[in-house]
Design a protein around this ligand. Sequence first.
Ligand SMILES: Nc1ncnc2c1ncn2[C@@H]1O[C@H](COP(=O)(O)OP(=O)(O)OP(=O)(O)O)[C@@H](O)[C@H]1O
Ligand SMILES: [Mg+2]
Length: 271
Amino acid sequence: MEQVIVVDDLHFKYPDGTWALRGLSFTVTRGKKVALMGHNGAGKSTLLWHLNGLFLPQQGEVRIEGRLITSSTEKWVRTRVGLVFQDPDDQVFSATVKEDVAFGPRNLGLPPGEVEKRVRSALAAVGMLGYQNHPPQSLSYGQKKRIAIAGVLAMEPEIILLDEPLAFLDPAAQENLCLLLEELHRQGKSLLVATHDVDFAASWAEEVLILKEGKLLAHGDPELLLNEDMVREAGLRLPIVAQIFRGLLPEGFTLPRDVQGARRILQAFLK
Ligand SMILES: Nc1ncnc2c1ncn2[C@@H]1O[C@H](COP(=O)(O)OP(=O)(O)OP(=O)(O)O)[C@@H](O)[C@H]1O
Ligand SMILES: [Mg+2]
């Protein structure tokens, strides 16, 4: 199984002296759905900026598809790794939505017909096809977030990093984004999603990476989110469905982590 992301002993200190990453090491295998979690200030966004070469390691190293990220590979890295920023106001800046989404593919040197095709399909994927000629500044925050996601999709990266993609989306847009993430997963993309949404992470992720104060607290399957000591230490909480069943189940049953799991338990009792 190919390791598409390898982070080894990564350290990063901001110019004001704040240590955001303090010796972080982990790997991500190609095609996995990974949730990146941890309290405010744990270092999630800082880590994501390293994974697509916006920040270079001050100590330690990051490899993407086996290649070390350095000042000479950072451009290549950005063709392989797409990052949707936490704040769309940092990402969406062109005069029109169409221009904004076209910016990346045009920079790749693609012919105009291909750029047009990618812009349309990316905007359709986030349900914003009707907004092509709108200035992004006139859109709502959630709409801007969707444009930022489209801008990354249009680059067709193999590894997609999304920083709090569900925040500010309405429930229908959240559901659409979940379907889109499933589709990208089916296409074989590697997905790393920073999120505080425990219910989403517990039902969506194949692996969970939990940061605490710039270090790795835990890395494992989503059952980690059913471990009460772990979630408390990480500043998280149990998934809602697990909270409902906590203390109620006879031996032999494990807490559910998603709605389907909860339904299976209820069906066993209602039969
Ligand atoms: N531009 C900056 N200058 C100085 N310190 C910063 C800067 N950006 C972030 N930090 C600090 O670095 C640490 C990690 O911040 P980061 O934004 O990576 O956390 P996060 O896990 O993404 O948090 P959140 O859940 O709030 O998005 C925090 O202590 C934060 O205060
Ligand atoms: Mg963040």
